[in-house]
Design a protein around this ligand. Structure first.
Ligand code: BGC
Length: 409
């Protein structure tokens, strides 16, 4: 059984659903032709205009929580320029959830960075810390009353490793030094934002969203084993160690306020990856004999979820929310199976006494899946790309049923 106060919700991010955000690094990336379909994000789900329809979906499914993000580039369209209309819009959006008793989990940075910051070196330039804090301050002050939990940065390891080491995300660099610089700036920005939000909104818990991907060496070659170890270090360990010990990567200098700077862990969990220096981009998502593979080529590994929960708990004993877990599939029954299997692992964690407090399915609605554009279907709902009409799926109601009965059936 899930505890009485367990949260079950769905997650989204601003860039992937709102549409028409043209002043970010990802827009540049799209224009450079990096999206497999060649199709840019464009209007996405048109959620900027139709957010009420998303709120309705959450309500109709019977979920009690929603995870979303604020778009930095909307709040600060230019350096030191605040768009108060955008803030008013988000205020309204959050209030709509509050009125319905749905808890809101709000992420400040979900992959996208405003163009003006991108042009100054993005996360590699330490000015990003000061700029991010200005943004966090404005958002905290204006929106804090309607927020139930803050998350500073979503999957910082994806931004650093994919953006600066493998180079498949913007800005497309291949440098270990840059990757470490980015990680350092992210950890400092996180620690400072934690302090700031604790002052501004003392009753709202603040966390970070760490995705755990398991990295395995494709074979026994020492070089590949080393590479798998190294990528794990860059992607997972540097962040976990940083938050546990307060030490920054590489220099190992202690940064004041970094140690223990979370009230909860947000855990995103999907899969594992096989590493070899011979592979394009150094990784493949599944072996040829893999049994259950999703539309994105990721192998189901529900037991890996329990291990990821244990890893976070062993790193620092703080309550855990699964802030993302989901499957891209064209078959909704498969989605239901996937949810069941993964929630069963959450029940195992609860049996072990680990305080997992909630589960957010990724995603509420099919959306712009970064490099893969609109091909992968992760949603509890689809939508008509012309009319933007929402098309709820059975899996959404299934999640709501679990919340109602507090058990897996
Ligand atoms: C990200 C989401 C993304 C999802 C599926 C996570 O890494 O936070 O933005 O859509 O995975 O790929």
């Amino acid at each position: 059984m899930f505890p009485q106060d367990f949260l079950i919700g769905a997650a989204t991010s601003s860039y992937q659903i709102e549409g028409e955000i043209y002043n970010t690094d990802w827009y540049i990336w799209e224009k450079l032709g990096h999206i497999v379909t060649g199709e840019p994000c464009g209007k996405a789900c048109n959620s900027w205009e139709l957010y009420e329809k998303d709120v309705q979906l959450v309500e109709e499914f019977g979920l009690n929580a929603y995870r979303m993000s604020i778009e930095w580039a909307r709040v600060f369209p230019e350096e030191n320029v605040i768009d108060f209309d955008a803030l008013a819009h988000y205020k309204e959006y959050l209030a709509t959830f509050k009125d319905k008793g749905i808890k809101t989990f709000v992420t400040l940075h979900h992959f996208t960075t405003p163009i003006w910051m991108y042009q100054k070196g993005s996360w590699e330039n330490k000015e990003v810390i000061k700029e991010f804090l200005k943004y966090a301050y404005v958002v905290g002050r204006e929106l804090g009353d309607n927020v139930d939990a803050w998350m500073t940065i979503n999957e910082p390891g994806v931004v650093s490793v994919l953006g600066y080491f493998t180079g498949i995300f913007p800005p497309g660099k291949n440098s270990v030094l840059s990757t470490i610089r980015v990680t350092t700036n992210q950890l400092i920005a996180h620690a400072e934002t934690y302090k700031l939000l604790k002052k501004l909104t003392p009753n709202v818990p603040v966390g970070i969203v760490k995705n755990i991907t398991w990295f395995y060496s494709l074979n026994l070659f020492p070089l590949d084993k080393y590479l798998a170890w190294f990528i794990n270090k860059l992607f997972n360990d540097n962040y976990l160690r940083g938050i546990r010990t307060g030490k920054l990567p590489f220099s190992q200098k202690r940064y004041p306020g970094l140690k223990g700077s979370i009230d909860f862990w947000g855990l995103n969990y999907y899969t594992h990856v096989w590493i070899s220096q011979k592979l394009p981009n150094m990784a493949i998502n599944h072996l040829p004999n893999a049994e259950k593979v999703t539309q994105t080529g990721w192998e189901w590994d529900s037991e890996g979820l329990l291990r990821a929960i244990q890893l976070l708990w062993d790193t620092l004993q703080r309550p855990i929310y699964i802030t993302e877990n989901g499957i891209a599939t064209l078959k909704d029954e498969e989605r239901v199976e996937y949810i069941k299997e993964h929630l069963a692992q959450v029940l195992e964690a609860l049996k072990l006494g680990i305080p997992v407090k909630g589960y957010f399915y990724w995603s509420l609605i099919d959306n712009f899946e970064w490099l893969e554009g609109y091909i992968p279907k992760f949603g509890l709902a689809g939508f008509d790309h012309k009319t933007f009409e929402r098309q709820p799926r059975k899996s959404g109601y299934f999640l709501g049923e679990i919340l109602k009965t507090k058990k897996l059936f």
